[in-house]
Design a protein around this ligand. Structure first.
Ligand code: ATP
Ligand code: MG
Length: 433
C-alpha cells in the first residue's frame, strides 16, 4: 500500500468525542486494565468505538494490544488462542468473549525491513494479490493502516479517555463517509471481502461511500470468486441476516456484484417471462426478513436462498424437461441439485440448509397439485410452514397460486368438519411447478 505517514496522528480528548468508559462492557474494561497494568498498551478499536461515536449500541468490543498472544494468555484465567488466518486471543468473562488482537502490520514485502523470506513465512499471497494469512506483528500505527476503513481504525483508551486517530476516521464519522484506508485497488485486491464489508457499513450506518473507495468495485468484483466459499457464506449472513437485507441487496446490484455472487439469479432476472415477478419475490422475501428481525422472530438464510434461486430452479427444471425429456418430478430433483451446486461454487451453502431449500421447493409442487393422498402428509411435513410462507410470497409477487394459498389458509384454520368439506372441494391445480 502507499507508505503511510506513520508519525502523524490526532489525539481526540473525551471532551470532544464524548465517549465515557462506563459505556464499555465491564469485561472489555477489565481486559484493557489488565493488559495496561502488565505494561502493554491496549485500546478498544473497530466497531465498538465507531458505534459509540454514532450513538449506536455496539455488538461487541474488540481489543488491540501490543502484547503478543503468548503474552496475553497467562494474564487471564480463561483465555484461548484461536484462528489460523489471524492469531487471536479470546478472553472469557462469564458468557462474554472479548477478542484480543495483537497489533499487526500490512507491509508489502519489498517495503519491509525484514528479509523477504521471513515475511513470506508469515504471510501468504495468491497470484491475485490476496492475503491468505498475515501474522506479522507491528506497531500501533501499522495496525491502524492495515485496517479496512478509516471509521474502523479509531483507538480508544478508556484510561486516558483519548481516541487516537491515524487515518482521519473521526472526521469521516462526522461527515458520514465510508473511506477505505490506503490505495482502494490494492486494499480490495488484498481482501475482496472488503467490498462486501463496505456495502454492509453503508447500509447499516447510513453512510455514503467515498467515490474513490467505490470506483474499483466493478472491475474487481470477480476477485470474490477466489474467496473461500465458507467465508462468503459468513458474509452472506452478515449482509442478509442483520436487518438490512433489502438495502444490501440493492447495493449489491448497484455496484455490479450480483452476477458474481448470484449469477443464476442475475440471469433469471433478465428472463422475459419470469423476470418481473421474480424481482418482486426477491424484494418481498428480503423485506420480510428485515421485518422479522425487527420483531425478533426467527429467520433462516435458507429461506432467502430458496427465494434468490427460485426462478433459476424453475428455469433449469423446464430445461431438463425439454432437452433431457425428464418428467417434471425428476427434472425438479435434478434442477434443485444443479442450481444449489452452482451456487455452492461461490457461496458455500451448508448441507442442512441445502436440505431446507430443496424441501421448500419440493413442497411447492405438492401444495399446488392438490393430490388427495399428499394433503395430510404435506401438512405434517416439518417444512410445511416455510413452504406455505413461500407459497404466499409467490402469490404476492404475481405468480398464479392465490387459490392454493386461500385453500391452505382455510385448511389450517378449519375444524375437522370444515377440513372434510375443503377436502371434498379440492381446486384444480393452479400453478404449474
Ligand atoms: P461489526 O459491527 O459488524 O462487528 P466491526 O467493524 O467490528 O463491525 P469486525 O468484523 O468485528 O467488524 O472487525 C473488527 C475490526 O477489524 C474492524 O473494525 C476493522 O478494523 C478490522 N477488520 C475486520 N475485517 C477486516 C478486513 N477484512 N480487512 C481489514 N481490517 C478488517
Ligand atoms: Mg465487531
Amino acid at each position: 500500500m502507499n507508505t503511510p505517514n506513520l508519525s502523524s496522528f490526532t489525539r481526540i480528548p473525551a471532551s470532544t468525542h464524548g465517549i465515557r468508559p462506563q459505556q464499555l462492557s465491564k469485561a472489555a474494561l477489565q481486559v484493557i486494565t489488565t493488559l495496561q497494568e502488565a505494561g502493554f498498551t491496549a485500546y478498544i478499536v473497530g466497531g465498538g468505538v465507531r458505534d459509540l461515536l454514532l450513538n449506536k449500541h455496539p455488538k461487541d468490543f474488540d481489543v488491540a494490544t501490543s502484547a503478543h498472544p503468548d503474552e496475553v494468555r497467562p494474564l487471564f484465567k480463561r483465555c484461548h488462542l484461536i484462528g489460523r488466518r489471524f492469531r487471536l486471543a479470546h478472553v472469557y468473562f462469564g458468557p462474554h468473549i472479548i477478542e484480543v488482537a495483537t497489533f499487526r502490520a500490512n507491509i508489502a514485502p519489498d517495503a519491509a525491513e525484514q528479509p523477504a523470506e521471513e515475511i513470506e513465512q508469515h504471510r501468504k499471497h495468491t497470484t491475485t494479490g490476496m492475503i491468505l494469512r498475515d501474522n506479522i506483528y507491528g506497531t500501533l500505527e501499522e495496525d491502524a493502516f492495515r485496517r479496512d476503513f478509516t471509521i474502523n481504525a479509531l483507538y480508544y483508551d478508556p484510561t486516558s479517555g483519548e481516541i487516537l486517530d491515524y487515518t482521519d476516521g473521526y472526521q469521516d464519522i462526522q461527515q458520514r463517509t465510508l473511506r477505505i484506508i490506503g490505495d482502494p485497488w490494492q486494499r480490495y485486491r488484498e481482501d475482496p471481502v472488503r467490498m462486501l464489508r463496505a456495502l454492509r457499513f453503508v447500509s447499516k450506518l447510513e453512510f455514503n461511500i467515498h467515490a474513490d473507495s467505490a470506483a474499483p468495485f466493478h472491475n474487481l468484483a470477480a476477485l470474490l470468486t477466489h474467496v473461500p466459499t465458507s467465508r462468503l457464506f459468513d458474509e452472506f449472513n452478515k449482509l442478509f441476516m442483520n436487518g438490512h437485507a433489502y438495502a444490501n441487496y440493492e447495493l449489491i446490484k448497484q455496484y455490479h456484484l450480483l452476477p458474481i455472487l448470484f449469477r443464476q439469479t442475475a440471469d433469471a432476472l433478465k428472463d422475459a417471462t419470469v423476470g418481473a415477478n421474480f424481482a418482486l419475490l426477491i424484494e418481498k422475501a428480503l423485506k420480510n426478513t428485515d421485518e422479522r428481525i425487527r420483531q425478533n422472530k426467527p429467520v433462516t438464510p435458507a429461506f432467502l436462498f430458496a427465494a434468490l434461486l427460485w426462478q433459476p430452479y424453475n428455469l433449469c427444471s423446464l430445461n431438463f424437461q425439454k432437452h433431457h425429456h425428464q418428467t417434471p418430478y425428476i427434472a425438479n430433483l435434478s434442477s434443485a441439485a444443479e442450481v444449489i451446486s452452482q451456487q455452492n461454487k461461490i457461496i458455500g451453502i451448508p448441507r442442512r440448509l441445502a436440505v431446507f431449500i430443496r424441501e421448500t421447493w419440493h413442497l411447492q409442487s405438492l401444495l399446488t397439485s392438490f393430490r388427495k393422498r399428499h394433503i395430510t402428509r404435506v401438512i405434517k411435513h416439518p417444512r410445511f410452514r416455510a413452504a406455505y410462507d413461500f407459497l404466499i410470497l409467490r402469490a404476492a409477487s404475481g405468480e398464479d397460486c392465490q387459490i392454493a394459498v386461500d385453500w391452505w389458509t382455510a385448511y389450517q384454520a378449519g375444524n375437522d368438519a370444515e377440513r372434510h368439506e375443503l377436502f371434498r372441494n379440492i381446486p384444480r391445480p393452479a400453478a404449474k411447478t
